[in-house]
Design a protein. Structure first.
Length: 312
């Protein structure tokens, strides 16, 4: 049975027809309405109808960046989309006439990686998405772990530095303040400002403007050997590895899967992450350690995961 997976992002709604092997057979994309819940449900329904016009599909899964309740029905809060207690499942279901499930987008991506990507073959994985912030998803004993209220795996907001940097969530010292794409950019801009000679390539790519030193620039400069950019990835990688070590102490997964835009740097990021993880994990050197791998499904993970969860 084909299903439809929908990935709702801040700027676009992407939907695809997904088969039972995790392949996207057809895909459509539309702009995301800004802070318009009913308009958002209309766009999702339109995407579903377009795909159903070309494929026979039996269910719909919707991934959204926000807190989704335990019934996989209501978006409790999605700040960037302006959703607060919105019954997204029922709103879409009424429009399309198919069973619908709603899931947090990081959970959907983690499920896709567990089933069809870098975590396949493992029953216990943790997926960490390094983007502007940090998202996460946990699969335990082959099942997506959502927690009692549906809000599990918000790993970016466990605190690694008591009373540390202020986070947008209202707390201080959250992991994403030290190990995210935002943290990478802050580190890079600071190094470009204080040591422009070491950051020569990074600044050249940014046309000499420090505020234009953003994630893709830092990544490209690091891949080209820029000393300051490599130091930035080493610093962020240290924090990522430290956080993984703490998660390993709690969850003991077989595999960590690292995705998100920061992971585009490949081994430039992965090498310091693995080194830090090995140094900080408890029980070393006697315990068996989880593998740390890069995600394989890229930007399609959300669609694939939502679609596969819909058939369950």
């Amino acid at each position: 049975m084909l299903t439809i997976g929908v990935d709702i992002g801040g700027t676009k709604v992407a939907a695809g027809a997904v088969d039972d092997e995790g392949r996207i057979l057809d895909k459509v994309k539309y702009p995301t309405p800004s802070h318009d819940p009913e308009g958002l449900a209309d766009v999702v329904a339109h995407a579903v109808h377009e795909l159903r016009g070309r494929h026979e599909c039996g269910a719909v899964g919707v991934g959204v960046a926000g807190f989704v309740d335990e019934d996989r029905a209501t978006v409790q809060v999605a700040v960037n989309l302006g959703l607060h207690g919105y019954p997204l499942r029922d709103s879409v279901q009424d429009r399309v006439g198919l069973p619908v499930v709603v899931e947090n987008d990081a959970n959907a991506a983690a499920w896709a990686e567990a089933r069809f990507g870098a975590g396949r073959g493992n029953d216990h994985i943790v997926c960490v998405t390094l983007g502007t912030g940090i998202g996460g998803g946990v699969v335990l004993a082959g099942e997506l772990y959502r927690g009692h209220f549906g809000a599990a795996a918000e790993v970016g907001h466990y605190r690694v530095v008591p009373y540390g940097r202020r986070c947008a969530c209202g707390n201080h010292g959250c992991w994403e303040q030290y190990a995210s794409g935002r943290a990478l950019v802050a580190e890079a801009q600071d190094r470009a400002r204080t040591d422009p000679q070491a950051a020569e390539r990074m600044l050249k790519l940014a046309e000499g403007e420090i505020e234009r030193v953003q994630g893709p620039v830092v990544t490209q400069a690091a891949l080209e050997g820029d000393a300051a950019a490599l130091e930035c990835f080493a610093a962020v990688g240290e924090w990522v590895g430290l956080g993984l070590a703490d998660l390993a102490a709690i969850l003991d997964p077989a595999c960590f899967v690292i995705g998100g835009g920061v992971s585009d740097a490949g081994s430039v990021l992965l090498d310091p992450v693995r080194s830090s993880f090995a140094r900080h994990v408890s029980g070393r050197p006697y315990r068996r350690m989880a593998r740390v791998r890069l995600a394989e499904l890229g930007g399609e993970a959300g669609i694939v995961g939502a679609g596969d969860l819909a058939r369950r």
